[in-house]
Design a protein around this ligand. Sequence first.
Ligand code: SF4
Length: 873
Amino acid sequence: MTKTNTLFKTLDANTTVLTPNRRLSATLHKRYQQYQLEQQQWCWQTPDILPVSSWIQRLYNDYTSQQFALAPLLLNAAQEQFLWEKIVLHAKESEQLLQVSETADIAKSAWNLLKQWNIDINQSLFHCAEDYATFLRWATAFEKQCQENNWVDVATLPTMLLAKIKQGHIALSKHIVLIGFTEHSPQLRELLKQCEQSGCSINIIDTLSNDETLLNRRLSLLDAEKEMLTIARFAKSTLEKNKTATIGCVIPSLEKVRDRAMQIFSDVLGDDNLFNISAGKNLARYPLINTALQLLGLHKKTIALEPLHYLLASPFLGEAEAERIKRCLFDGTLRQANVTHLDLRDSALLTKHCPHLARRLRQFFARLDEQKNALTYTEWANLFNELLSTLGWPGERSLSSEEYQVVESWLKLLADFTSFDQMAAPTSLQQALYTLQKMAAKTIFQAQTPEAPIQVLGILEAAALPFDYLWIAGMDDASWPPQPKPNPFIPKRLQRELNMPHATPERELMFCQLLLAQFKQSANTLIFSHAEKNGELDLQASPLIRHVPSIHPDELNLDVYLTPSERLYQTKCIETLVDDIAPVVDANENIRGGVNILKQQALCPFKAFAECRLHAHELESPLPGLRSKDRGNIIHKVMELLWNKLDNQAALIALSREQQNKLLDEVIDLALTSTIHSRSDYTQYLSLEKQRLHQLISEWLEGEKERPPFHVLTSEKAAQIKLGQLTLSIRIDRIDALDDGKKLIIDYKTGKNNDINSWFSERPEEPQLPLYSLVDEQNTVGISFAQVASGEHCFKGISRYSLDIKGVKLLSEIKKATVVSWPEQLIQWKSALEKLSADFYQGMAKVDPSDADQTCLWCALKPLCRINEEGPA
Ligand code: SF4
């Protein structure tokens, strides 16, 4: 008969079984059910098996339910945290603290340790250092507040109950069995001793397995990632061989790598119902709750664009489905305009783009504006609920099972929030919201999932749990046993003398040895593993497992692991479909791009098709200040305004330095105010930008003065040009009339890498100037970039004959040019550009970048064109 069955046989209504955690209680209940079924029983009394923390709470409930006198109020976890934070925040030391909440956490954990180890706080050791003395003041304040208000905290409760048991106020079970405890705190020991003295028998069982492990092995793997992957593969392969096996996968610090572990196990097993991960995430990290908190945060006057983008895309708002496209487009509009903050109370813009959202926000602000005074926490909780439902939270679509549980957890959080009324006065909106956010960030939530054969656990949760197979990872010499970590608020000497948790290396060693002994009795097959490297650090097996026979990972005989994409690829049945021709451009089609169409067609036909016909663009990210394209537009505007005033070079040369400066200031001011960036919150920034522009253009104009005489015929002239079937809208930056009346066409560039060689390939990647040269073939004698870039001002162009402008070369000097005469070059450009135009018009949309490395490098269309998936057929 197994140890478990022996235990189950003795269970009756007078026996209570206590476990260190909920998971072991649940396992015992499940095993008891199997045991009864094996005994051919069809109904039975549920055994009294529960975690020790629940038992203590039950003793308290039993006691209070029988008392006529006012029993002390048991603080819940949120109330305790609230009280500690309040004490730390109002302490004189708080001015020097950067992280009040985290400090309160450590103080709370020090208080719990003091209680569990029955330490009298009023001893001289607490006066020997400033930190201890500070904690002593906080702990005294905590104790005083509890006494004055008739509160009791969870850590003090066992001591209180002990006295009540002694006085005979609490009825106990006749038998108490403790299972799976690695150790008992002095406080628990005393409580159990008192139970014994009150007539209760106590029985302690270390583990439920009978024998030592049958197979015990250790192995090393390259790093922690490889280790996790191998565990998942082992679990899969074991389960395939033995469908009823129970498999425990222990990953120390699981809470830190939870998401990655989830991903690896999900990838390897291919079925999320086969495994269960014990670690949860804090509630605020769940999108539903994050959205709720962000929505409540809208009470501020403006919202930064980042959270607004998040809300516009969130499905957890009213009409999120119905208004989805409008919200996406509004998002795109704001990004394009580089707006960094939006005033949501000024709803005209929002009403225009997203009328439903605007209506809900109006109602939200109207309700919020009614609320000026401080409210109790219960009133705030009600108002928060009302505000969220005004905004349509949690959205229109049906919630998944996990989301449903998250909402339930949120409601529980709000219920805990209302309990602060028992300990705090009415408060402001900001304080109430801050408290709620903190609570959500500290509440760990894990959705309940169906029973699974593979359990992924943290190390303490796994202690004493019975498995068929158990794999313990992270057993390297740097982590096991871990470094001691005494609590900073309890005198170290005290912790050492009392052998408190994490106090000394010896204490850590002893605890690890106890855990290992438990693990050895928990499974038939036990595997320890460790990583060989952690970054640069070389690791070896922990001395505590070096006696275990080692094996090579290959001896596990695991199937070769394939990533999900490799698995998919393996099941391929390739049908080749050449699909690089789109429909011919329709006369009514909305094509965007002007001359940019030719540029994109030259770079990559698919890019031109996607951007100019499908209007597929990368979403822009708002940046503070001016983006480089804004700077480029401003330069164009300044130049246009400047030459509209000056008209020719002679007028420029005739200006005195003061006159030129004055003129420049005028046109720069005008250019800036005519852009969206002339915003009042950028005043200081724009004044610096003005200085920069003034300097930049002053330097540029010195070069203009040295050129042979010219006058500016047009600036930023819009025109249309017909090229094959396409009629393209163009805007020529500038056309100069030279002394002989001929024309030089200029294109401003604010970047530095302008290469005229790109004009001479079959697919000219900078086709603007070659195209503009065809507008007036007879009179155009040169085309040139005007590179307005600090320290590298120059012209880069070509001409029919020498124009005596530095940087503008003769066609014959260009090595890449295949013809020498200007008319021939114009014919060549015309033919190349007409081909690009015809290809685009005919729907030529081949994934064919002109230079796969360079052209694709910054292109955002990779998920659409799937060039990275292109392989040999
Ligand atoms: S990523 Fe490359 S191949 Fe794909 S559309 Fe862009 S340029 Fe073309």
